[in-house]
Each structure stands twice: as C-alpha cells, then as structure tokens.
Write a protein that binds this ligand. Structure first.
Ligand code: ZN
Ligand code: ZN
Ligand code: ZN
Length: 291
C-alpha cells in the first residue's frame, strides 16, 4: 500500500481498499453504498476513472471477497444468479473492455442445444438446468433493451416440458394438446402452449368452434365441452374417451366441422370382449354416436 493511500485510510478508517484498479492502474477499489468503485479522481472533467462493480447482479449479492477475486484473477468464483423469470443459474463476473460482465459458468457454447433455433431472433436455443432459453436472453441492445425474451421453463404449471415439446413449440409456435398441468388450486387441466411474437408463452385450450352455438369447444379433463355453458348454458359435450377409445382433438375438430370423423379403429364393447371400428357422427340434435 502506498503512503498516499495509508494516509487516506488513516483519515477515513471505514474505507477498506480491495485492490488496485485493473483499468486505470492509478486508483484503488473501495466499497460504496451501491457500487464498488475506483477512487481515482484527479480532475472531474477528464482525468478520473469510472470503473465500478455493482453490488448486485441478476439477484446475487457481490461480496468484497468476489471483488478481490475479480481484481486478482480477472474473474470471480461461480455465483448463483437468478434470472428475471425467477430461475437460478450459475455464472461468474469477468472484466471485458472497461466493464464488468456476467458470463455463464459453462460457457454457453458448451451447453446442449435444441435443434430448432429461436423463432424470434434466430439464435440457438440452449438447454439450461431449468429451461430452454435463447442465446440472447441475457443480452441487451444499445438501448439497454433485452435482445430476446424466449424462455421455455422446463416446468410449467407443475408439468415437465420435454425437449420434443419445446422443439414443437419453437417450430410450429404451438404444441399439441398436453395433459397434466395443474392450476393454482391444484386441479389438473389440459392445454396447448402457444408462443407469441414477443417470445411469451400462453395457454390455449380451444379445439374448434362449437357446432351448436358457435362458441369455443375447449379440452377439459374428461370431455371436450363448449365454453359457453356458463353464459348461455350450451351443453355441447364430447367425451375424451368413447367406448374405451381416446378421442383426439383432431378427431373432435373433424367431427364438429364435418359432422363425422373418418373410420376410427380400436373401440371396445361394454365388457371389452370385442374390438370394433366405426365413425363418430354428430346427430342433428348434436349428440355423438358411433356408426
Ligand atoms: Zn480506476
Ligand atoms: Zn431469441
Ligand atoms: Zn356451444
């Protein structure tokens, strides 16, 4: 420590210097209220150093020990950060140019990728511990705006989102209808996931139009039913399983639009002793029958 610095430290014993400034080489880094900053100021206008390290990055507290690591080694140990979506991830701070930057612990390039690139910005989508995220989710443009929002959590409403489901969401901007989600009350529900142009994910449980009233037919736990039942009392309903055979949303759509499905295999009679094929048809009073 130079004589000058020890003089200053005597004057202000609360200041602890964490090490010499890696940018200007003239000042020392000291802890302030919001940032750790270089104390070099000869002339406020053109001879001062702006180097600073924020005390929090992505929800993680940066300790004086981290700052010492950064000054001595050019990077900190691995720190657990939290993304804006609330997901934890590992990274470290490093110095790039004259700025402190956060890097992913693994080096993003070493992470596995999905096959389909980000439909919003075209960059690769990486498989993180807790979700599928665009390369650009932690990057900002010159205006400080996030470059891309695309983040598909690996758990949505209590349900695990598999890689092939994430691929489908990226490729088609929507998934097939998926079962096994749970709402805040803990009740199961089915829905497809839909990706909008901003990279946000929405639920959409609408299968097709109701042939009886023109409302939306939605997928429920046990049946496909008209969403107008609460308002107009429309009772249009198709069971998700008929004669021991699962009825797919595509079959429901065909049935509602054309009043008949193609011939479907795999129905069973009451005691399951016989398997048979048939067409589902919609009668004039909107009842489903097997023909
Ligand atoms: Zn400096
Ligand atoms: Zn993107
Ligand atoms: Zn209806």
């Amino acid at each position: 420590m130079s004589e000058e610095q020890s003089q200053e430290q005597k004057k202000n014993p609360a200041v602890t210097y964490l090490g010499p400034c890696p940018i200007c080489g003239k000042g020392q880094i000291a802890e302030g209220n919001v940032v750790y900053r270089c104390n070099y100021i000869k002339n406020l206008k053109d001879d001062k150093c702006d180097f600073h390290i924020f005390k929090t990055y992505n929800g993680a507290e940066i300790t004086p020990e981290h700052v010492k690591q950064l000054l001595e080694n050019g990077k900190t140990e691995i720190i657990e950060f939290t993304s804006q979506a609330g997901n934890k991830f590992n990274g470290y701070l490093t110095i790039e140019g004259k700025e402190v930057k956060m890097e992913f612990a693994n080096g993003l390039e070493n992470l596995p990728q999905l096959e389909t690139p980000c439909p919003i910005c075209g960059e690769p989508v990486y498989i993180f511990n807790t979700g599928y995220g665009c390369k650009n989710i932690h990057e900002t443009d010159e205006n400080g705006e996030k470059k891309c929002n695309l983040w598909i959590s690996k758990t949505i409403a209590g349900r695990t989102i598999k890689e092939k489901e994430a691929e489908q969401l990226l490729l088609e901007k929507k998934t097939s209808f998926l079962d096994g989600f749970r709402n805040n009350q803990g009740n199961l529900f089915s829905t497809r996931l839909v990706l909008d142009n901003e990279g946000n994910i929405h639920f959409d449980s609408t299968v097709c139009k109701c042939p009886k009233c023109g409302g939306d037919v939605k997928i429920g736990n046990k049946s496909y039913n008209c969403s107008n039942w609460k308002t107009t009392g429309c009772t249009f309903n198709i069971w998700r399983e008929i004669a021991y055979r699962k009825i797919t949303p595509e079959e429901v759509q065909q049935l509602c639009e054309e009043k008949a499905t193609k011939i479907l295999e795999g129905f069973k009679n009451k005691d399951k002793s016989k398997t048979f094929s048939g067409q589902l048809i919609l009668s004039d009073d909107f009842v489903v029958k097997i023909l």
